[in-house]
Design a protein around this ligand. Structure first.
Ligand SMILES: Nc1ncnc2c1ncn2[C@@H]1O[C@H](COP(=O)(O)OP(=O)(O)O)[C@@H](O)[C@H]1O
Ligand SMILES: [Mg+2]
Length: 263
């Protein structure tokens, strides 16, 4: 399979008064159609990695190393080549536009559709993310939907421009367990149907192992271990990975995690 994204010796520092090095010497490839989980405790640099890949770091951040898109042969355009789903769907949804208007706008801007075509396409997408009544959902405002429904809409918007990469950053972490499982399954289906690559970012290694082909474990801004799910779950090389497995899969291993992560 071809390499869709190559991250080479990536370093990121934020500069707010002083310089804080948040990612250090991170290298990995993401193949076409591959599902990679990015795992680590809060503060380990997962969101920073996602923002660096999407070109969304705050102005003034220092970036070392390379992020390459071999298939694309150019830098990716935001909202078109990369779809982003955040933990809080409100951060990607506009409260004063209807669902139909905002999804249609993405299709119009990136796929060159007329309003009429884009609106019909939006309705089709709302069906794909399994909203029960897509034609009413088109006319609804975000606040009229439940949290789980809003996250489905955010996913529809993220895939609307047919991106090659979908980044889900703790996209199911705020949802209750049943809805979380449904959304994980939905993301899995959409990624397979559209041939997208997936970066599934989560603090929960058990959840991530249900959707990923490979798992990358981050600690203090470094990629400490990467491998196939079976290898990571059944034969982790790092004691830290064993600690994460112990917490999320109920295994009995001494913990290296920060105390708040276990609570
Ligand atoms: N805009 C920012 N300015 C300065 N420091 C930041 C900024 N965003 C995140 N950080 C810091 O970078 C580190 C990594 O954060 P983040 O990438 O959000 O980790 P994660 O997503 O794994 O929780 C944390 O110590 C966090 O406080
Ligand atoms: Mg984060």
């Amino acid at each position: 399979m071809s390499i869709r994204l190559a991250v080479e010796k990536l370093g990121v520092s934020y500069r707010d008064g002083r310089e804080t090095e948040v990612l250090k010497d991170v290298s990995f490839d993401l193949r076409a159609g591959e599902r990679l989980a990015i795992i680590g405790e809060s503060g380990s640099g997962k969101s920073t990695l996602a923002l660096a890949i999407a070109g969304l770091l705050p102005a003034g951040s220092r970036v070392d190393g390379n992020i390459r898109w071999p298939e694309l042969g150019r830098q990716p355009a935001n909202g078109r080549d990369i779809g982003f789903v955040f933990q809080d769907p409100s951060s990607s949804l506009n409260p004063v536009l209807t669902i139909g208007e905002q999804i249609a706008e993405v299709a119009r801007a990136h796929l060159g559709m007329s309003w009429r075509e884009a609106y019909a396409y939006a309705e089709m997408l709302l069906g794909r993310v399994r909203l029960h009544d897509p034609s009413s959902a088109l006319k609804a405002f975000p606040h009229q939907l439940s949290g789980g429904q809003r996250q489905r809409v955010a996913i529809a918007e993220a895939i609307a421009a047919r991106p090659g990469l979908l980044i889900a950053d703790e996209a199911t972490s705020a949802l209750d367990t049943i809805v979380q499982a449904e959304i994980v399954r939905l993301i899995e289906e959409l990624v397979a149907e559209d041939g997208m690559s997936l970066m599934f970012i989560s603090h929960d290694i058990a959840l991530a192992s249900q959707i990923a082909d490979r798992i990358a474990v981050f600690r203090h801004g470094r990629l400490i271990e990467i491998g196939e799910v079976v290898q990571i779950v059944e034969a982790p090389r790092e004691a830290y990975t064993k600690s994460l497995l112990a917490v999320h899969m109920g295994l009995d291993t001494p913990s290296l995690l920060a105390p708040e992560a276990v609570a």
